[in-house]
Design a protein. Sequence first.
Length: 233
Amino acid sequence: MDIQLSGIVIISGNYGSGKTEIAVNLAACRKLQGTDVRIADLDLVNPYFRTREARKQLAELGIEVVLPPEQYMQADLPILSRSISGLIRHPAALTILDVGGNDAGAAVLAALADAFGTKDYQMLQVVNPFRPLTQTIAGAVKMQRDIEKTSKLNVTGLIGNANLIDETTPETILSGYDFIRKLSEETGLPLKFITVPAHLLTALESEHFSCPILPIKRQLVPPWKKLVRLKEF
């Protein structure tokens, strides 16, 4: 099953849930499927592992990355480029907004209320049940409500991103899938897709899953690790 997302898609979630890795991989996957994609880095909270770190790879695929002005690229300041408002008002076929973690990171969305206006959007909450704060259904629901309250937008769907980084196994993915399905049932929010590290795809039977799968090729890695080329999707 292909991931059928279009319009404005906001990737939200708690710190360390994997939002940015998903945003980057989703942008690359859809672009290589022929969709016009733009992506905006709205993570003004975390100084590490932001979309901007993968901008060269994304640019090679013809994906425009909207960033803060160059002089503020490494600053942790609430600086919004006018181009981000323009991106929201005039979105591409798929426009991805990668926001910071928790309710603090989602606060930037409230500042863009005028740009959103009556625009349709999807705000997808990334959930990794192996991370603090979202290890239980109640914790994941509280995170959802905190993000909604601060952003003044509604979460409209879920992304399951069960992983233990380098220690992820097929069993990790299956356990996480069971969790995100229960969360979907509890909240009534649709499960848009789950993620699987690309190297584990052959160890899993896709028939086991009733939703699309996004292969993840890690881009946000320490300098001593080699990233996988997105062109190889």
